[in-house]
Design a protein around this ligand. Structure first.
Ligand code: AMP
Length: 568
């Protein structure tokens, strides 16, 4: 059996294809979203998802999250003395999803289509594939997240040319992709984004408004209080999606506050955030060498795209009604599952992947004549961002003054017009014969390949003398052998048995609540844990289920605080 998996930064989902539709698979706790969180407990067992998050709330150093950002790198996370790469941690999440799918579907799940961000390079894609294999899945395809979203919206159902802008505003990041579909082929034309813009920023605005209104100084608030305010602000923000007015009512430092906010005042405060949305959209349109009018459809993805002000903003800017009828949390996984169905029917959408693009502009420093005098420190782009790699580009420069003996090429990365604002990643110099200014020519050739290896070659045309340097992003290096070795080392660690997990979840949640509570609440929690443990050791399956439900209800009622806080 094959499933589609959205391996997300915050949450992961698994779905399957049946009767022409995608169906989401609930996890062992009955939820569609499994947090992409891994913990190792005191018994050296691997915990995944909600339970790992609960355990991590009490043992933060034994928990890893947002590790997708390190996919394909050597960076490791140490949990209870065990070191894991992002690839390994992802394999635990995938294994947990595989088990949930097998239990739900009642058959073996041995194959998967997994989604990755469009900007993932070859190395990150390979690491994702390996994570799947380590989890016992044959990864028959890695698909771009925006492509999966587009499929969930029916792009590709008809054989007509469509140009789609996928707008993905998640919790902490914003991604824009421009796709073009024609004759079963989906091509990614441009990608752009803002790694520091998402729903969390909109929550933060409301939190700041509340703090201002109650006249307290944020510096005087402890972490727990800040997390509580954040959580209340998030609830209020979500309720703004349906209401014109929201109330935040809560105790802060033993004083009860009840403050009302209107959508108008909130939206006004959010204007700077909305303006930031505009930038990546414009950049992607520009990079795809099209205009706004060329976009046929706009698809909204990511939880924060539910905000009416965001939808309004997109509508106004794009001059088309954006589509948002597919649940923005699940559209990627649904698209993956639909792709599984297409595979079975031999009618797949192929991707012309802009897999490997140079994500930034590479150039060098030059002197420019500004109309009245020559000014140094300018940036000359050689390979522009979003160029498909491997690529080789040449620029010719000339000596800048009479009798110049040496040309020094500063290799820069960045988008700024001025060299000093870009990142210096290397330097190469070459001798030139003395001559009047502008007479000696030098060819500078930049070659950038899929391994993020930049080769810079300079050649003096009159003497044919050449010099070459190679610049590599060392951080991203991980050899196949190293990866294999690490994977083998993992085999002795076992994942917490699925059957026990729901029970263990209740106890872990109870332990966390206990530590956060004081006084009478603590007694109630302790008693509830003990009662439940008693039923676990003596009760029948039915009794255990009943007790678990009862205990969980009690704990959820008492749980006023986010298990993993925003501020940590
Ligand atoms: P994602 O990473 O795609 O799951 O997006 C999570 C973000 O979406 C969080 O900041 C949530 O607060 C936000 N979000 C989810 N539902 C809504 C809603 N109905 N209205 C506003 N924001 C939402």
């Amino acid at each position: 059996m094959i499933v589609g998996i959205d391996l997300g930064t915050t949450n992961s989902l698994v779905a399957y294809y049946k009767d022409g539709e995608a169906h989401l698979i609930p996890n062992r706790l009955g939820k569609e979203l499994t947090p992409s969180v891994v913990s190792v407990n005191e018994k050296d067992e691997i915990l995944v998802g909600e339970i790992a998050k609960e355990y991590g709330a009490l043992h933060p150093s034994s928990m890893a999250r947002t590790f997708k950002r390190d996919m394909g790198t050597k960076n490791t996370y140490t949990l209870k003395g065990h070191e894991f790469t992002a690839e390994e941690l992802s394999s635990f999440v995938l294994k947990s999803l595989k088990e949930d799918a097998e239990s739900f579907l009642g058959c073996e799940v041995d194959e998967a289509i997994i989604s990755v961000p469009a900007y993932f390079n070859d190395k990150q894609r390979k690491a994702t594939k390996r994570a799947g294999e380590l989890a016992g899945l044959k990864v028959s395809r890695i698909i771009n997240e925006p492509t999966a979203s587009a499929i969930s919206y029916g792009v590709g159902d008809e054989d007509k040319m469509e140009r789609v802008l996928v707008f993905d505003l998640g919790g902490g990041t914003f991604d824009v992709s421009i796709l073009e579909y024609f004759c079963s082929i989906m091509e990614v034309h441009a990608i752009a984004g803002d790694n520091h813009l998402g729903g969390e920023d909109f929550t933060r605005v409301l939190m700041d408004m509340f703090i201002k209104k109650i006249h307290v100084n944020e510096a005087d608030l402890d972490l727990i209080t800040k997390n509580r305010i954040y959580k209340e602000a998030e609830k209020a923000k979500i309720s703004f999606s349906k209401n014109k007015e929201v109330v935040i009512a809560m105790d802060v430092n033993s004083v009860f506050y009840e403050e009302t906010f209107t959508i108008d005042e909130y939206e006004k405060e959010c204007l700077p955030l909305l303006e930031r949305i505009r930038i990546p959209i414009e950049k992607s349109i520009y990079d795809a060498k099209i205009t706004l009018d060329d976009i046929d459809r706009v698809i909204l993805v990511g939880g924060a795209s539910r905000m009416p002000m965001v939808r309004q903003f997109v509508k106004k800017m794009m001059k088309v009604y954006p589509d948002y009828y597919v649940d923005p949390d699940t559209s990627v996984s649904q698209g993956c599952a639909l792709q599984c169905g297409m595979k079975a029917r031999d009618k797949q959408i192929e991707e012309m992947i802009l897999t490997d693009v140079c994500p930034f502009t590479l150039g060098c420093e030059v002197i420019r004549y500004n109309g009245s005098f020559e000014e140094s420190g300018h940036f000359l782009p050689i390979i522009e961002r979003n160029t498909v790699i491997p690529v080789s580009k040449k620029q010719t420069v000339y000596t800048a003054y009479d009798d110049q003996e040496k040309v020094n090429v500063k290799v820069l990365q960045g988008e700024s017009r001025m060299a000093r604002n870009n990142l210096l990643i290397g330097e190469v110099s070459i001798e030139v014969p003395k001559a009047p200014k502008g007479e000696e020519a030098i060819d500078i050739t930049y070659t950038y390949d899929v391994n993020s290896l930049l080769e810079v070659e300079v050649e003096v045309l009159s003497t044919h003398e050449k010099k070459k340097i190679i610049i590599q992003n060392e951080e991203n290096k991980i050899s196949e052998e190293e990866a294999q070795e690490r994977l083998e080392k993992l085999q002795y660690l076992k994942q917490n048995p699925r059957e026990d997990e729901e029970n263990y979840f209740v106890i872990t949640k109870g332990n966390r609540l206990y530590e956060q509570a004081i006084g009478n609440d603590r007694e109630v929690i302790e008693q509830a844990i003990m009662n439940f443990e008693h039923v676990l050791s003596t009760g029948s399956r039915l009794e255990i289920e009943r007790a678990r439900k009862r205990t969980l209800e009690l704990f959820e009622e008492m749980d006023h605080q986010e298990s993993v806080g925003y501020f940590s």
